[in-house]
Design a binder for this molecule. Structure first.
Ligand code: ZN
Length: 113
């Protein structure tokens, strides 16, 4: 029994050690990725205006020789060209396409007449 307890305890200790190392790594990774990059003056990759730029990483799929490969593309974008977060995008993009908007405008006008 005593042997089992010892083994269990040491296994437990090893696991908690491993866990604390992992969480320490995670913390460092989180800090690294969430650290806001300081905006720098430069030329925007999208609109080619000189502006304060932030660095963005995009996952991009490219085809070469018929083989798809995934890579990370780093772009420097000004505030205007900066990608919006998914949440902002979902909130700001209307669930209507142009035709639907046109129809809505038309019916709104009809209602006014
Ligand atoms: Zn731009």
């Amino acid at each position: 029994m005593g042997l089992f307890d010892n083994r269990f305890a040491s296994k437990n200790a090893a696991m908690s050690r491993a866990f604390s190392i992992d969480s320490e790594k995670d913390k460092k990774k989180r800090n690294f990725t969430h650290e806001p990059a300081a905006p720098k003056m430069g030329v925007c990759d999208k609109c080619h205006k000189e502006a304060l730029l932030r660095t963005y990483r995009f996952k991009e799929m490219s085809m070469s020789d018929g083989v798809a490969s995934f890579g990370t593309v780093v772009k420097h974008l000004c505030e205007d060209c900066a990608p919006r977060s998914k949440r902002v995008e979902d909130a700001s993009v209307p669930a209507m396409d142009k035709k639907q908007v046109k129809n809505l405008m038309r019916s709104a006008k009809k209602g006014l007449l």
